[in-house]
Design a protein around this ligand. Structure first.
Ligand code: SRM
Ligand code: SF4
Length: 578
């Protein structure tokens, strides 16, 4: 690949002096609420996105004002684990500089929306003061490392948490740019010659994501991760991990060379080998990933271009030894487990459901105040789940009643969420996401309520179905793994995808294009009727659709793209004349 063909972002990274660019100058610029164009790419590596309030765009334009620029900050939380003190610090930042809400993400991180340019520095300093950070929360590097919040015994979860933290630390960029810009660390003469031992000076071709799952739970959707580690527990002991590579969900409507893809099983490694395996896979992607086209730059395309066998050889060449054969495992569950659960060490935990991860005070639920009260009394450890909820962990027996009372007082305790609502996810979408084509977070509650009404009317009130809504095809709510998914196409219009596996092991299938809510419910109704009458014991909706031939079983990303293309062609070809 010649320098001329490289994507423009590669040039920005190369010129950036290890992610410094002119961020300092952009921050000082008083006349605009925005950053310089090149810096808008670099700040992502620092965990920041430049956005504008899309609800206000038209009005601001009509007043000839620049867009209402504001920033989203994402704080990394490996395995989603944070202390009460850290939760309190995040709550304080949300109320001081952001929009009075906290957003828990599908990758177990915190997001703050609505931060003004002048408030970026104090916000980031406060996050670091709480011993969390935002470096590498976004950008072409390894992002927040996900880890299950579910497994027992408690000691096993501790081991998984520690490993997530070690993976995260190992793959954190070494540049001091972050510390200089946001934490006022003195620029040292040698810093601009600093070395990124793993990434090199142009970092990765694209974002990179790692997760750890513990069967039988697949709450981290392991097959969506660029790199997945599946814990193998034998005789109660963690012996190592099966390794998956090449998962990824982003695609673009109508561009059939882009597709969601499930990770491939590469083999097995022992626990001490995990960091070396991760580094070898990251290095292979660094060396072979496509730096000319950002829509073809994720690891999934690198593997499809090289072929799995060649990719594996390249990984093993970077390791001291080959991967061992994968061990047996089975996933049977996805999503969170709500309400009270007993831990193995005598403590208990409670999982709080939050609509699409938004922590805020509303007339019916005071999640921000309620969780703050629990943190202030230091009654629990907080775990952000991969499904945008929060687990209050390690609650001592003597504190359980107090927690219960605080949950009840704030409308968080006895939430009667239906099985389907409990499995629902929506990405952020409007008004902050610059890529949204349709509503997602703000549409979740109304849509799921209508779906629940339909399920109840057809005798399916107890049927749990994974339902995910995203405002565009990028896949932030992991829609292509859901049994039912709505993916935004235009305001009020969604592509409908059906037939993913409940346990996250199969892609769903494009089923209807540009459908309105009415179209979607009318499409689902006859399928629900048949499912209610014909399902076998314990049969999930997605599996039923595949068994009865309503949709094919799709395990390969390129096949997903073929189905999408056929559907689009059928839609655009003129109806045969009679
Ligand atoms: Fe995402 C871009 C939000 C998880 C695939 N994602 C974005 C941006 C930053 C929009 C942008 O680039 O301007 C969104 C910010 C919205 C906002 O206003 O906050 C955004 N993504 C999110 C979050 C907050 C969704 C949520 O509701 O929780 C998740 C933050 C995760 C985190 O803490 O790090 C989030 N994004 C995901 C996931 C799911 C996952 O990782 O488990 C995916 C699919 C998996 C994958 O990466 O393949 C995902 N986001 C994307 C993509 C498509 C990438 C691709 O390969 O094509 C984009 C667009 C891009 O990168 O160009 C994107
Ligand atoms: Fe934005 Fe699209 Fe991601 Fe939703 S899926 S947050 S609309 S980029």
């Amino acid at each position: 690949m010649t320098e001329k063909n490289l994507s423009p972002v590669e040039g920005i990274k190369t010129r950036s002096r290890h992610l410094r660019g002119s961020i300092v100058e952009s921050l000082r610029e008083p006349l605009s609420g925005a950053m310089h164009e090149d810096d808008t790419h670099l700040i992502k590596f620092h965990g920041i996105y430049q956005q504008d309030d899309r609800d206000l765009r038209a009005e601001r334009r009509s007043q000839r004002l620049e867009p209402a620029y504001q920033f989203m900050i994402r704080a990394r939380v490996p395995a989603g684990r944070c202390t009460s003190a850290q939760w309190l610090a995040m709550d304080q930042i949300a109320r001081t500089w952001a929009n009075q809400t906290l957003r828990l993400t599908t990758r177990q991180a915190f997001q703050f929306h609505g931060i003004l340019k002048r408030d970026l520095k104090p916000s980031i300093a406060a996050i670091n003061h709480a011993l969390l950070d935002t470096l590498a929360a976004c950008g072409d590097v390894n992002r927040n490392v996900m880890g299950t919040t579910l497994p027992f015994p408690t000691a096993l979860r501790g081991q998984i948490n520690d490993l997530c933290q070690r993976l995260s630390d190992h793959l954190t960029p070494r540049t001091r740019a972050y510390h200089e810009i946001w934490l006022d660390e003195q620029l040292i003469a040698s810093s601009v010659q600093e070395i990124e031992p793993i990434y090199g000076s142009t970092y990765l071709p694209r974002k990179f994501k790692i997760g750890i799952a513990v069967p039988p739970d697949n709450d981290v959707d392991i097959y969506s991760q660029d790199l997945g580690f599946i814990a193998i527990v034998e005789h109660g002991e963690l012996v190592g991990f099966n390794v998956t590579a090449g998962g990824g969900l982003g695609m673009s409507h109508g561009e059939f060379q882009t597709y969601p893809r499930l990770g491939d099983l590469l083999g097995f490694c022992t626990t001490p080998e995990v960091l070396a395996v991760a580094e070898a896979i990251v290095a292979t992607q660094r060396d072979f990933g496509d730096r000319t086209n950002r829509k073809h730059a994720r690891l999934k395309y690198t593997i499809d271009t090289l072929g799995l066998a060649r990719f594996k050889r390249e990984v093993e060449a970077r390791l001291a030894h080959p991967l061992r054969p994968a061990r047996a495992f089975q996933f049977t569950h996805n999503g969170d487990r709500y309400g009270w659960q007993e831990e193995t060490d005598g403590t208990s935990h409670f999982t709080v459901y939050l609509d699409s991860g938004r922590v805020q005070d509303t007339p019916t639920q005071q999640a921000l105040s309620g969780l703050r009260a629990i943190a202030e009394a230091d009654l629990a450890t907080f775990y952000l789940t991969p499904n945008q909820n929060v687990v209050l962990g390690h609650i001592a027996p003597e504190n359980r009643e107090r927690v219960q009372a605080l949950l009840a007082k704030h409308g968080l305790g006895e939430a009667h969420i239906s099985p389907t609502r409990g499995l629902s996810i929506a990405c952020v979408g409007f008004p902050t996401c610059g890529l949204a084509m349709a509503e997602s977070e703000r549409y979740l509650v109304p849509f799921v309520s209508r779906l629940e009404a339909l399920q109840t009317r057809l005798g399916l009130a107890d049927a749990a179905m994974t339902i995910r809504i995203t405002g565009c095809p990028n896949g932030c709510g992991r829609p292509y793994l859901a049994e039912i998914a709505l993916v935004g196409k235009a305001p009020g219009r969604y592509n409908l995808y059906l037939g993913g596996a409940f346990n996250g092991t199969r892609l769903n299938v494009p089923y209807r294009e540009s459908a309105s809510e009415e179209d979607i419910l009318l499409t689902l109704e006859p399928l629900f009727v048949r499912y209610a009458a014909e399902r076998t014991a314990q049969e999930r909706f997605g599996d039923y659709l595949v068994r009865t031939g309503v949709v094919p079983a799709i395990l390969v990303g390129t096949e997903f793209a073929q189905v999408a293309q056929t559907l689009a062609e059928r839609r655009s070809s003129p109806a045969p004349s009679s």
